[in-house]
Ligand binder design. Structure first.
Ligand SMILES: Cc1cc2nc3c(=O)[nH]c(=O)nc-3n(C[C@H](O)[C@H](O)[C@H](O)COP(=O)(O)OP(=O)(O)OC[C@H]3O[C@@H](n4cnc5c(N)ncnc54)[C@H](O)[C@@H]3O)c2cc1C
Length: 458
C-alpha cells in the first residue's frame, strides 16, 4: 500500500500536470495539500510582502476551484498553515508517507525549501518534474551563450519542435483512494479561515479571477473570438480586456500550462489561419519561456542589483519618491494612471509596466529592486522569473544587449493615450507636486544616467 502526498504550489490545476500524473500512477492512497506560508505576508522583501491582496485573491479562488473539482471525485484539498518545509515534513512523518509529489519550481527560494524536505525525509521518494515551460529540459541545449539574449534564444527554439501537449489528461474517475491527514473538523476550520473571494471585490478586480475552470473557460473564449486576429496591433494598448490575452495570472498560478495555451493557439491557427498576430502571441510565450530558463540559470543573481552589468547602476533608494511612485502621485500622469490601475486591479499592461519601470529607474533614480518587490506584492499575475527578469532588463543589468530601456514619457503619452482617456480613467493627473523633502531637491531629473543610458524607446 503506497501512500502519497501531492503538494500543490504554482501548479494549481489537475490537467496537464506531469508531477501529479506520475504520482497518481504510483499511489494506492493519496492526499492533496496546499501550504499557506505566513512568511508570504510579512513585509520582508524590500519592505514588501511576497504575496499581496490581489495575488492572494486569485490564489484563494484557485484553491476553491481545486477543492470543488477534487470533491467531485471523493477527495479533499487539505489546507495547512506554517512554514512549508515544516508542514510537509511533519505530515509526511506523522502519516508515514511513501512518496511526495511537488512541481519543480523556478524560484530559488522555493527550490531550497524543497531540498530541505528531501534531505529531512531520506526514506521518502520525492518526485518533482519541471512543467513550467513549453519545452522539456532535455529538448534544449541551453548554455550561458544561448541565454545571453532573447534573440539568441529565439533562434534556437524556432528550430525546435514544441513538446506536444499530451499526455496530460488525468483520469479523475480512477484516482487512488483518499488519504485523510487531518480530522474533518480541522479541515473545515482551515477552509473557513480562508477569505471567500468567490464574489468579486470591485468593479475592476472582478475581471481577474483565478482557478483552473475559469482559466479553461477564458482560454476557450479568447480563442473563439476575433481578438487573436488583431493581437499584434492591439497588444501594446494601455487599456482594454481583449487587447491582449489576459492569460498571465492563469499561467503564473499554473491554472493552465504554457503547453495548453500553445496547443489552443495552434488549433486556432489551423482553423482560422496563421497571421502576424497569431505568430506574435507565440512570440510573447517565447519571452515567457526565455525568462523561465534564464531565472533557472541565474538563481540568486536574478535578484542582484548589478545583475550582469559591468558596473552597478547609479541608482539608490529615496523613500519619498518611491512612495509617490507606488501611490501614483509622481509628476508623470501616465505613470500615475498605470500605478493606480495596478493598485486597484493587480494588473497593468505590458507597455504600462515598461513605462513605470523605466520611470522609476531613469527619472527617479531608484534602485530597480524596490520596484520589482513592489510589483511582486501588487501583481495578481506575479511570476518570479518574468517580473525580476523584466525589471533587470529595463534597469540595464539584465538580458538586454542594448543596456537598458529609457522611455520618453511625453512621447509615450502621445502614442498610447493621445486623448488622455486612460489618464482620466485612473485620475493620473491628480498629482501632488509638493517637493518639500530632501529627496526632492534634485528631482525630477533631467539626465539621470548620462547620455549612454538615456535612450528613447518607442
Ligand atoms: C517590469 C515588468 C514586470 C513584469 N512582471 C510580470 C509578472 O510578474 N508576471 C507575468 O506574467 N508577466 C510579467 N511581465 C510581462 C508582461 O507585462 C505580462 O505578462 C503581460 O502584460 C500580461 O498580460 P497578458 O497576459 O494579456 O499578456 P499577452 O501580451 O497576451 O502575452 C501572452 C503571455 O505571454 C507572456 N508574456 C508576455 N510578455 C512577456 C514578457 N515581457 N515577459 C515574460 N512573459 C511575457 C505572459 O505569460 C502572457 O500572459 C512583466 C513585464 C515588465 C516590463
Amino acid at each position: 500500500m503506497k501512500k502519497a502526498l501531492y503538494w500543490f504550489s504554482n501548479d494549481l490545476r489537475l490537467q496537464d500536470n506531469r508531477t501529479l500524473t506520475t504520482l497518481l500512477m504510483q499511489a494506492d492512497k493519496i492526499a492533496f495539500v496546499y501550504v499557506i506560508d505566513p512568511r508570504w505576508f510579512k513585509p520582508q522583501n524590500f519592505h514588501h510582502k511576497m504575496v499581496g491582496n490581489h495575488r492572494w485573491r486569485v490564489i484563494c479562488q484557485s484553491l476553491l476551484q481545486l477543492q470543488y473539482q477534487l470533491q467531485q471525485h471523493g477527495h479533499q484539498l487539505t489546507l495547512v498553515s506554517g512554514p512549508a518545509e515544516q508542514q510537509i515534513i511533519t505530515l509526511a512523518r506523522e502519516h508515514e508517507i511513501d512518496i511526495i509529489g511537488h512541481g519543480e519550481q523556478v524560484g530559488v527560494y522555493e527550490q531550497q525549501v524543497w531540498q530541505t524536505i528531501i534531505q529531512a525525509l531520506p526514506q521518502v521518494e520525492c518526485v518533482s518534474l519541471w512543467d513550467s515551460t513549453l519545452f522539456a529540459s532535455n529538448q534544449l541545449n541551453l548554455t550561458p551563450d544561448t541565454l545571453a539574449s532573447f534573440s539568441k534564444f529565439r533562434k534556437l527554439i524556432e528550430r525546435e519542435p514544441i513538446a506536444p501537449h499530451g499526455p496530460g489528461k488525468i483520469h479523475l474517475d480512477a484516482l487512488p483512494y483518499p488519504l485523510t491527514l487531518v480530522s474533518e473538523e480541522e479541515a473545515q476550520h482551515a477552509w473557513t479561515r480562508l477569505p471567500n473571494y468567490g464574489a468579486s471585490q470591485s468593479e475592476h478586480s472582478s475581471l481577474f479571477q483565478g482557478g483552473e475552470m475559469t482559466a479553461i473557460a477564458h482560454l476557450t473564449q479568447y480563442f473563439s473570438s476575433d481578438a487573436p486576429q488583431t493581437y499584434k496591433q492591439t497588444r501594446n494598448a494601455l487599456d482594454g480586456w481583449q487587447q491582449s490575452t489576459k492569460l498571465s495570472h492563469f499561467l503564473s498560478l499554473g491554472n493552465v500550462s504554457a503547453r495548453q495555451v500553445w496547443q489552443e493557439l495552434k488549433l486556432y491557427e489551423e482553423q482560422y489561419g496563421a497571421n502576424e498576430s497569431t505568430y506574435w502571441i507565440g512570440f510573447e510565450l517565447w519571452w515567457r519561456e526565455y525568462f523561465q530558463w534564464l531565472a533557472l540559470q541565474l538563481d540568486w543573481r536574478l535578484f542582484s542589483f548589478q545583475g550582469r552589468a559591468q558596473q552597478p547602476p547609479l541608482t539608490s533608494y529615496f523613500a519619498e519618491r518611491f512612495k509617490k511612485w507606488c501611490h501614483g502621485t509622481t509628476p508623470y500622469p501616465l505613470v500615475n494612471a498605470c500605478m493606480r490601475e495596478l493598485n486597484s486591479t493587480g494588473y497593468m499592461s505590458n507597455r504600462g509596466r515598461q513605462l513605470v519601470a523605466s520611470c522609476l529607474v531613469n527619472e527617479m533614480g531608484i534602485d530597480w529592486r524596490f520596484g520589482a518587490a513592489y510589483f511582486q506584492q501588487q501583481l495578481g499575475d506575479h511570476d518570479v522569473a518574468a517580473n525580476w527578469g523584466n525589471w533587470q532588463y529595463i534597469a540595464g543589468v539584465g538580458a538586454d544587449p542594448r543596456g537598458g530601456r529609457h522611455f520618453n514619457l511625453d512621447k509615450q503619452t502621445q502614442m498610447f493615450d493621445p486623448e488622455g482617456h486612460f489618464i482620466a480613467k485612473w485620475q493620473g493627473d491628480n498629482t501632488t507636486l509638493a517637493l518639500d523633502s530632501v529627496d526632492a531637491a534634485d528631482w525630477p531629473r533631467d539626465d539621470p544616467q548620462g547620455s549612454a543610458k538615456n535612450r528613447d524607446c518607442s
